[in-house]
Design a protein around this ligand. Structure first.
Ligand SMILES: [Zn+2]
Length: 430
């Protein structure tokens, strides 16, 4: 069994993430007497009670059976309840394996507990099945060998994902055997999130409120996230005086001071981003000005649990704009624009054709200005959708961009773009 608490203590105390902090070994580690974590995508946290296990999250569809097998290597106790910290498919997709485990043993199904917006989310997944399958392939496609395998092939939410039977609005007291558990709703990554407090262990189950990455409060392809509410939830959790923190991604953390430090740092990063963005919005600034102005303190971004390897601050700024403002970015030309291809054709005509734009894009990329290079090469391909020179430049520039970016979300979109042009050229996408 891995000593996950020693590992997280060393990394937090040294400030140096010199080994992976988001592990998906599918293996179980006991982190306290009667509490275990199976490291997966997402983790399952299991709490032993007199009436059986209370499990937090079921991992994704591809991992559910492995997670249950790891649990069964630890205990034969029945699974009394399955609590979803929220309805993302990497947290609920594996629930079918938990139900199957009970049925194979001739036991009652686990009671599935969640916030009242989880069933609403599940209905929305049916409404947006094709969109979600597409964006998840794009989001996770830029980092090879990730081995995440979330999401069904045909159906984004697996057909056997269990719907909640017990839901609540703001908070709820649970009693399983002699163990008390409080579940609290707060918005953050989603509008259906909960975090749990287990007084007997002074333990917090934080779901995705802590993911050992910069908070994914900005995801460019997904529905609204709530960074200010997220920070508020972290402050509430920090006030609980927890001795053990059990996140759904990343390492568990022991020690009151260490937990307070981590929760406080993540809250501070979000509060400053929201505050700085709102201040500029209130001064009448455009989105363009704000996204190129508001930054997170690099010292905070370097913390082992705040690195922008998944989402990133720039995307959070856009989400703050969307939450408090609207989709109009302050540039009147963007209110009702011509089709992008028409604009690109006009610019290409001025520049000397799509090939000339492609040449300039390569110069910019070679000089290190990948933001501008991407904009120019995109015009080249929009103006010349059959132009091989333009596609060759586009494939190379977006691949350079993928390598240069830190966040999985940016890498995924840039890889997708490079693959489009590789296909247009008849190359096998790398
Ligand atoms: Zn998650």
């Amino acid at each position: 069994m891995a000593d996950l608490l020693a590992l997280s203590a060393r990394i937090i105390d040294s400030g140096n993430a010199d080994e992976p902090v988001n592990r998906t070994t599918q293996e179980l580690s006991e982190v306290a007497d009667g509490i275990a974590m199976v490291e997966s995508f997402s983790h399952t946290v299991a709490l032993r009670t007199d009436d059986g296990l209370v499990c937090f999250d079921a991992s994704g569809a591809a991992a559910g059976a492995k997670v249950v097998a790891s649990l069964r290597g630890w205990t034969a106790d029945p699974i009394h309840s399955l609590v979803y910290t929220h309805g993302h498919i990497d947290h609920v997709g594996g629930s079918g394996a938990f139900i199957a485990d009970a049925r194979e043993a001739g036991r009652p199904d686990p009671v599935v507990v969640a916030h009242e917006n989880v069933p609403v989310r599940m209905d929305r997944y049916d409404l947006t099945n094709g969109y979600n399958s597409t964006i998840n392939a794009r989001q996770f496609g830029g980092v090879r060998g990730l081995g995440i395998g979330i999401g069904g092939e045909q159906r984004f939410l697996p057909a056997d994902a269990a719907r909640p039977q017990v839901t609540f609005t703001d908070r709820m007291a649970m009693q399983v055997g002699s163990t008390a558990i409080e579940v609290h709703h707060d918005k953050g990554e989603t509008d259906d999130h909960l975090w749990a407090w287990i007084p007997e262990h002074k333990a917090l189950c934080t779901g995705d409120f802590l993911i050992w990455n910069f908070p994914n409060a900005g995801n460019p392809q997904k529905v609204q996230r709530f960074p200010a509410e997220w920070a508020h939830a972290l402050r509430k959790m920090a006030a609980m005086g927890a001795e053990l923190l059990l996140p759904a991604h990343g390492l568990p953390i022991a020690g009151r001071d260490r937990i307070a430090l981590v929760l406080g740092d993540v809250a501070t990063a979000l509060e400053r981003l929201v505050g700085d963005t709102l201040a500029l919005m209130n001064e009448g600034a455009t989105l363009d000005h704000i996204i190129h102005t508001v930054k997170v303190d690099p010292g905070l971004l370097a913390k082992p649990y705040l690195r922008p390897l998944y989402d990133e601050p720039e995307f959070v700024v856009r989400n703050v704009w969307r939450l408090y403002g609207g989709w109009y970015d302050g540039n009147p030309a963007n209110l009702k624009p011509a089709p992008q291809a028409a604009f690109a054709t006009e610019v290409a005509g001025l520049a000397g054709g799509p090939g000339a734009l492609a040449v300039r894009a390569r110069e910019l990329a070679d000089a290190g200005d990948l933001r501008l290079a991407c904009q120019i090469v995109e015009l080249a391909v929009q103006a010349g959708p059959e132009d091989r020179e333009a596609h060759a430049a586009r494939a190379e520039i977006y691949e350079m961009r993928r390598v240069d970016e830190s966040s999985l979300m940016a890498k995924g979109i840039y890889r997708w773009a490079a693959a489009q042009s590789e296909q247009a050229l008849g190359d096998d996408p790398a």
